[in-house]
Design a protein around this ligand. Structure first.
Ligand SMILES: N[C@@H](CCC(=O)N[C@@H](CS)C(=O)NCC(=O)O)C(=O)O
Length: 266
């Protein structure tokens, strides 16, 4: 008799469990979690270098989580971050599903863009001629536009005293580089023909043209290119990632300046 009652209770319990919507949801969430690869970790701060990678992740529809690195507080020097990015610079990524299914970390924005391009087969053509064109403009950005624009920004906005020679030197150089892009874009829609990681690398720097003393009205082809790219939904999302602490950074604060400027070998 007792046996029968226990069996009946068990049957009711099993039925209740099967019917419970929470249990079904939990089960399907577990199944989905198993199917979905773990997200890529993006070590990020909202700057033109950070945007390159957030744009690419958005363009490719890859799952990712943002790990803010507050470079104004020195978080780029933590052992954890240096193990991923030994140059103490953002951006960097950790892809848990790297080659061979094992995690991989990548630093340097250009290397990250190439890695994600190879991983997804998107925005980085396999055809050798097309790939060379993308690489030419990608390296042009990481070796030229980025550093020159960075120095122009520094001497125009952050130097403790105005050094006219340095201001003119870097402002002119950015002007020259914008001119190179403008000419390149006269007979093609994007830098390497089709929209690619080379365009993603450049767009954040063009967005901040004014800070580098440039007026996009002087570069009509570049302006057209910029407006086309900026209108893309993925680009809006990628450049729109907010980090609360970043908007509160005061570049005149001596503590912030001590972290960011005058860095020497450690
Ligand atoms: N060549 C590097 C440059 C990256 C870079 O300069 N990142 C800046 C932010 S835009 C940074 O992390 N600065 C931290 C610091 O100066 O300590 C790349 O392309 O990834």
């Amino acid at each position: 008799m007792r046996k029968r009652a226990r069996a009946a209770r068990q049957a009711v319990g099993a039925k209740a469990r099967a019917a419970s919507p929470e249990t079904a949801q939990a089960k399907s969430a577990k199944r989905a979690a198993k199917r979905q690869p773990a997200p890529i970790e993006l070590y990020y701060w909202p700057t033109p270098n950070g945007w390159k990678v957030s744009i690419m992740l958005e363009e490719c529809g890859l799952a990712y989580v943002v790990r803010p690195v507050d470079i104004s507080k020195g978080e780029q020097f933590t052992p954890h971050f240096l193990a991923i990015s030994p140059n103490n610079r953002i951006p960097a990524i950790v892809d848990p599903a790297g080659p061979g299914g094992r995690p991989i970390s990548v630093f340097e924005s250009g290397a990250i863009l190439q890695y994600l391009g190879r991983k997804t087969g998107r925005f980085y053509p396999q055809d050798e001629r097309k790939r060379v064109a993308v690489e030419e403009w990608l390296f042009w950005q990481v070796g030229g536009l980025g550093p020159m624009a960075g120095q122009a920004n520094h001497f125009r906005r952050y130097a403790p005293e105005t050094i006219p020679y340095a201001v003119a030197r870097y402002t002119d150089e950015v002007n020259r580089l914008f001119g190179v892009m403008n000419t390149r874009l006269a007979d093609r829609e994007f830098l390497a023909g089709r929209y690619s990681i080379a365009d993603m690398a450049c767009v954040g720097w063009v967005r901040l043209a004014e800070r580098m003393g440039q007026d996009l009205a002087d570069f009509p082809q570049l302006k057209r290119w910029f407006e086309t790219i900026r209108a893309r939904e993925a680009v809006k999302r990628g450049m729109g990632i907010r980090v609360e602490a970043a908007s509160a950074v005061d570049m005149h604060d001596p503590k912030v300046r001590a972290v960011l400027f005058g860095q020497r070998a450690r």
